[in-house]
Design a protein around this ligand. Sequence first.
Ligand SMILES: NC(=O)c1ccc[n+]([C@@H]2O[C@H](COP(=O)([O-])OP(=O)(O)OC[C@H]3O[C@@H](n4cnc5c(N)ncnc54)[C@H](O)[C@@H]3O)[C@@H](O)[C@H]2O)c1
Length: 362
Amino acid sequence: MTIGVPKEIKIGETRVSMTPSLCRRCVSLGARVLIQKSAGITAGFRDEEYRVRGATIVGDAAKVWRTADLVLKVKEPLPEEYGHLREGQTLFTYLHLAAGPKLAEVLLKKRILGIAYETVEGSDGQFPLLKPMSQIAGRLSIQVGAYFLQSQHGGSGVLLGGIPGTMPGHVVVVGAGNSGAHAVQMAVGMGARVTVLDLDTRKLEALDSEYRGRVVTLMSNPANIEHEVADADLLIGAVLIPAAKAPIVVSKKVVARMRPGSVIVDIAIDQGGCIESIRPTSHEQPVYLEHGVIHYAVPNMPALVGRTSTLGLTQATEPYVALLVQKGVPRALAEHPGLAQGVNTRDGKITYDAVAKALGYA
Ligand SMILES: NC(=O)c1ccc[n+]([C@@H]2O[C@H](COP(=O)([O-])OP(=O)(O)OC[C@H]3O[C@@H](n4cnc5c(N)ncnc54)[C@H](O)[C@@H]3O)[C@@H](O)[C@H]2O)c1
């Protein structure tokens, strides 16, 4: 099997899908590994580190794509890359097809076997390849939010932790899953007042017992959301319905009631976003103002910390990549139902129900 690792081209992306250590593992299992020149450099990995572990460094992206049986990436292919995809190829990466109808069309037309990191399932029913990036995005959301709350960045000038004698900032987190729980952890660490809302009472119970009254947990319903969001200095959108388009949990009307200079970070933007006034932004232009509120919606937040993100991502993907190399793609999918759950497109069809529904194919 030939594995191709192209350099990521999404704006501001710094991650790479393979570390030198994963490269060594793949080579030792019998794979040929092609790494595009400088693919790892923004994550701190030099070409030489891959070369000494058995990879071939290739200058040209087209050659990496053309030669690979398995293309291993981080982000979904962008329109500039659509032409490189060839029929029969396997693509293992984040796909987020519910928010990407054009890419879905291309994958179907070219009959690509598209395995989406975000729907691979662990034996506990969780999503092991989404988890580390969600944890990073959750932690970053507070860091980024605190930055844009600063007066010089157009924010309201609220310091999340306050100082003795002043009110700390109010952080409202909607969604208490992986990203939400890590946002809560950082916000508590910074000394903010924290409210978290979810539909799942078990998630709220876990946070309640972990923080022993330091965090307010609330059922996610329109009344609670309206009440809390109107008072938020920093609102974090962190909901997910697996593989489906994110539900809108905060309406424009509610956003309009937030104080001027407050900040929204919608982590769920890669699934379409959960705040009605949100639209995707990029690392080059990360925010825009609407209703006097700063909106941040970068779909690849982990790229802000390329080194940690690459290590976190590849430690999660490694067992699956190793399985694909060892057994070959068909056998690996047949013998590992959790990996098979990652298949979103196959033989010109969408094979994942929630994606098919979101895109109107079901
Ligand atoms: N922007 C980025 O860079 C980035 C990075 C990583 C992950 N993400 C995205 O972040 C989102 C969240 O991922 P996660 O891993 O935290 O998901 P998760 O499944 O761990 O948690 C999602 C939570 O949302 C809750 N939820 C669903 N509907 C809700 C509602 N109406 N109100 C309140 N809560 C609701 C669920 O009960 C669950 O607890 C996903 O879209 C994921 O793809 C984005």
